[in-house]
Design a protein around this ligand. Structure first.
Ligand SMILES: Nc1ncnc2c1ncn2[C@@H]1O[C@H](COP(=O)(O)OP(=O)(O)OP(=O)(O)O)[C@@H](O)[C@H]1O
Length: 471
């Protein structure tokens, strides 16, 4: 090191540079790093040119999945969803397992040149790239976007028969789970039903916040229902093996305001299913009912509320419904037998994963055939508000799971018949009249509950109902 440099360096560092042993370490280290960098570049070059060479030796093919034009083809969106999920997952894991891949095969995702993704399916390497080309159409210039899949020609059958359907299936599932749940209702018009552009269902986005956490009911019962739904959801293979349609029926019964509709929303949110709310009174024939069912999508809940009010359940079940009945439109209402066919008949033709829910306030009025096991697999009684249900409501409305006043509430709830809707309303009004603090709210609530208990003992409770709580 020359004198000028030495002068600029403090005396401690001069000693450091003067020590010859440091140079013995630094020089080989720098050489090693340089060698590593050269090796890396060389290796990348070899890999790239090796792949090009392979492509020359072994022909490859491409499939372009274009952005849809006027037609309603969803393939492009499905592929994009599949690829974006693949990129996202690549953040966490280099190697992912594809559902359709055989044992030992991984779905290896890596992003090349910014937009490209390499995939692997049953041992076959595949490459996706996102392409945008300028296009002149009808004298106008526009962009043509597509996803190009490149693969070795020998994998053509595998790609067409298995890989692409796999990509679409996965993409569809991703799109489905990303979108918000829908609440469908059946449209009225009978005359236009047969016209080609008639839509049997219209929907709104289901924005119901209820989950099983916020649903007020006995905890053991809630767990039972959740376990049943879990078993249903994960047992697709079992249903297929045993030749049973993948469906399950739930009958929810109990007085008004006990949470039957709330339970259906919790189920839909839990399973991530859409709800098809069938208004039976506007369905004119059994044939129309069948058409409605056929137009529902897989993984959905088909809900018929207040089933006792929707149908003449004393109807002639003994007389089997025939196609003549259906097609001639001589009948103006759906029959019980039509409804039984609806539940049993067409499932295999309608895709997978259906839950059918009936709700009623008068279970005793229902024809036993309608609710026998096999049709309605689980009968769930939604009942008056007990202490466990109250605890959930207190958590929902007051954000407390325990309080010294809970004992008093528990005692009164043993005496009065209040629905969760009543108690929820009382809590709301107590909150409005009191403050956000739980103690004054609970004191107000206890006052209201006591008054209600006194009314009930005088025989007035049924008349006044839960609306009293609003005052
Ligand atoms: N078990 C419950 N858990 C939480 N909230 C409930 C429950 N039951 C009722 N509620 C509250 O009361 C309202 C009315 O309940 P819901 O409509 O679900 O009762 P229902 O049994 O379906 O009544 P109906 O038989 O009249 O249709 C809900 O919007 C909800 O706020």
């Amino acid at each position: 090191m020359d004198e000028v440099v030495k002068a600029a360096v403090p005396w401690r560092q001069q000693a450091f540079f003067n020590s010859s042993s440091v140079w013995f370490v630094l020089v080989p280290l720098a050489s090693l790093l340089a060698a590593y960098a050269i090796f890396q570049t060389y290796f990348k070059f070899l890999r790239r040119s090796g792949r090009r060479l392979l492509n020359v030796l072994e022909p490859y093919a491409t499939i372009d999945v274009s952005e849809p034009g006027s037609d309603n083809d969803s393939t492009y969106e499905e592929v994009k969803a599949y690829l974006s999920e693949a990129c996202l997952r690549q953040e966490d894991a280099r190697e992912l397992r594809a559902e359709g891949a055989k044992d030992g095969d991984g779905l290896v995702i890596s992003i090349r040149d910014g937009q490209d993704i390499a995939d692997k399916f049953q041992g076959a390497p595949l490459w996706w790239s996102s392409v945008v080309e300028d296009n002149v159409r009808d004298g106008r210039q526009n962009k043509h976007r597509f996803q190009r899949l490149t693969f070795h020609l020998r994998h053509r059958r595998l790609v067409v028969d298995e890989y692409l359907p796999h990509v679409r299936r996965q993409g569809r599932e991703i799109l489905f789970s990303n979108r918000r749940r829908r609440l469908y209702t059946n449209n009225k018009s009978l005359e236009t039903y047969s016209s080609n552009d008639y839509k049997a269902w219209s929907y709104v986005e289901l924005d119901h916040p209820t989950t099983f956490d916020t649903l007020a009911m006995v905890r053991a019962m809630k767990k039972n229902i959740m376990d049943d739904l879990d078993a249903f959801k994960s047992n697709k293979e079992f249903y297929r093996r045993t030749g049973k349609p993948w469906k399950r029926g739930y009958l929810l019964y109990g007085p008004s305001g006990t949470g039957k509709s709330t339970m259906v929303a919790a189920m839909a949110n839990y399973l991530e299913y859409d709800i098809y709310d069938v208004e039976l009174t506007v369905v004119n024939t059994n044939a129309d009912l069948r058409k409605l069912l056929i137009e529902t999508t897989s993984k959905s809940i088909i809900l018929i509320e207040d089933i006792d009010c929707s149908l003449d359940l004393t109807g002639d079940r003994a007389r089997p419904s025939t196609d003549d009945d259906d097609d001639s439109r001589t009948r103006t209402t759906v029959t019980l037998s039509g409804l039984l066919n609806f539940i049993d008949g067409l499932w295999p033709a309608c895709g997978d994963g259906r839950i059918i829910v009936f709700t009623t306030n008068h279970v005793e009025k229902l024809d036993p055939a309608l609710i026998r096991r096999g049709r309605m697999d689980m009968h769930i009684e939604m009942s008056y508000c007990g202490f466990e249900a109250f605890q959930t409501l207190a958590m929902n409305y007051l954000d407390v799971d325990d309080h010294e006043l809970f004992g008093s509430v528990e005692e009164i709830l043993k005496e009065v018949k209040l629905t969760p809707a009543d108690v929820a309303e009382y809590l709301m009004t107590a909150k409005r009249a009191g403050s956000d603090e739980p103690t004054p709210c609970l004191e107000i609530l206890i006052g209201k509950l006591r008054r209600r208990a006194e009314e009930e003992s005088r025989g007035e409770g049924e008349v006044r109902g839960g609306g009293e709580g609003q005052g």
